[in-house]
Design a protein around this ligand. Sequence first.
Ligand code: SF4
Length: 333
Amino acid sequence: MINVAATVGKLRKMNAKKILLQVPDGLKPNVFDYFSRLSSEFNVIVSSEGFYGACDTGNMEVYKDVDCIVQLGHSEIPNINYPKPVIFEEYRNEKTVEIDPSVLEPLVSGGSRRVGLVASIQYMNEMQDVRRLLEDQGIEVRVGESDGRMRYAGQVLGCNFSSAHSVEADVDSFLVVSTGMFHAIGVQLSTSKDVFLLDLNDRTMRNIKGETDKFLRKRYGALYRARDARKFCVVVDTKVGQHRRKLADVLMNDVRKVGGEPVLLTTNEVNPMDYENMRCDAVIFTGCPRVPIDDHEKFTMPVMTPPEFQTIFGLKNPGRYIMDEIVAVDDLN
Ligand code: SF4
């Protein structure tokens, strides 16, 4: 549950008057309660727009009219220079998830003696439970430090796997505590170790290799069409935690180097129709790395992450698929 009393205390301390409240879909059923409790003391307006997470605290227009943003459900991204004060009230999974220790057996019997443990933010508590279960079975557990994009050791985002990188050399495999496959596939693609997913939806554990291979086949299939592209849209996202303008400038040069014709675009909300109207052959998207991957079917042309473009066009030759990871972003102003 979100601790609204704590939020009120923080807002009083800041002497805030006008508040923008961002509520993720999962917490929207409680919005009347949050609104009535906060608006008894502050001038509150709720954003009904969807938002990505701590990388997305609304656009510049919104900032003009409020003193403070309260975002529920996510943890702060420490190395973002937020243009307005933001209070992040994190949400952790409340239901106790009982994990049968035997579920972890394939990891233990598979010879992993040292395991790197990571989790998405909602499941940091469960990660500690899993740590105890593994240690009870004689496994040495390593929880890696994150870089400046994440708040907690062992945390992973869809755009940052630094907590896995930091212990990769010291572990035999990784265990990802989460609910979907994306984070586990990200850890698999950005490290060279075996990766297991403890899926808290059904409390099963599996090696993610087959699904990663499937992901790669699909991804390379989608990218194959980009090889003949000549006209490229290089897109900069204006969300505070996705704004990589300097990288976009590098990509503009890269496109010219490979004989292409680039256009530099800015957007706050990706609309596939825009790129169709511009008759571009391919899009290179510098915002959230999940957009080109999760939403590619909405586009009629190939949509690439920066490392995908650089690899497909031979500007880099890493010898393997490189996940697009955001380490830091550029200030908006
Ligand atoms: S994965 Fe995308 S939505 Fe999540 S923090 Fe990174 S940029 Fe934001």
